[in-house]
Design a protein around this ligand. Structure first.
Ligand SMILES: Cc1cc2nc3c(=O)[nH]c(=O)nc-3n(C[C@H](O)[C@H](O)[C@H](O)COP(=O)(O)O)c2cc1C
Length: 185
């Protein structure tokens, strides 16, 4: 019999590392699990009042990198402390950055895949900032590509388990999309 529950409505979530520059050009990063792709080339993230949120409002541009198993401690760390209180938070967890050539935002060298985003709109509603942005560029280390496409067998991307409050590895393919169901046709 199915039972009702009231925690972790949608699980898992992606683990997105948002990269921004502040007014002085100092790089910052935060962890954001409340977000995802919408439509063909847009993303939406739900942000509270963080230093990163201020940076995004100022620059209207940011990057999003996918957290990986190899960098899980650093990815968690940027979600634990604020750049407001710890200005060298990236250095502290071993992240270095290279400026994006597409947007005014940093690309974290240690995370293999990054998307570059330009803000389309920010809705301040229900105590949150709902940031909708267009994806204007993507970058990936060659090691995680197969035939020019991101290969999840090579990129050890993680998801956030909202119920157990832990990060989980993504497993192998269990069926082709728009394909496995064809057996019922
Ligand atoms: C797993 C995890 C997920 C998070 N998801 C979000 C999120 O979706 N939105 C948000 O506003 N904050 C989220 N946070 C909190 C921010 O990452 C955190 O407050 C961070 O320190 C903000 O950094 P900043 O002040 O340097 O920008 C998350 C933190 C963790 C650990």
């Amino acid at each position: 019999m199915k039972k009702s529950f009231d925690k972790g409505f949608i699980t898992p979530h992606p683990v997105l590392i948002i990269g921004t520059y502040d007014r002085d050009g100092r790089a910052n990063a935060m962890n954001a699990a409340w977000g995802g792709q919408i439509g063909h080339n847009q993303i939406a993230v739900s942000l509270s009042g963080h230093k990163s949120t201020v940076n995004i409002k100022q620059n209207k541009e940011f990057t999003i990198a996918f957290a990986t198993a190899e960098q899980i401690a650093a990815c968690d760390f940027v979600g634990l402390v604020s750049g407001e209180k710890v200005p060298d938070k990236l250095e502290q967890c071993g992240f270095t950055v290279t400026p994006s050539d597409k947007v005014n935002a940093p690309v974290i060298d240690q995370l293999p895949v990054t998307i570059e985003c330009k803000v389309l709109g920010i809705q301040e509603e229900f105590g949150e900032n709902r940031v909708v942005a267009e994806i204007v560029g993507m970058k990936a280390d060659e090691e995680v590509l197969t035939d020019g496409k991101v290969d999840l067998d090579k990129l050890h991307v993680v998801v956030y388990d909202t119920v157990s409050k832990c990060y989980r590895a993504v497993g192998g393919s269990v069926g082709g999309a728009w394909n496995a169901g064809k057996k019922f046709l």
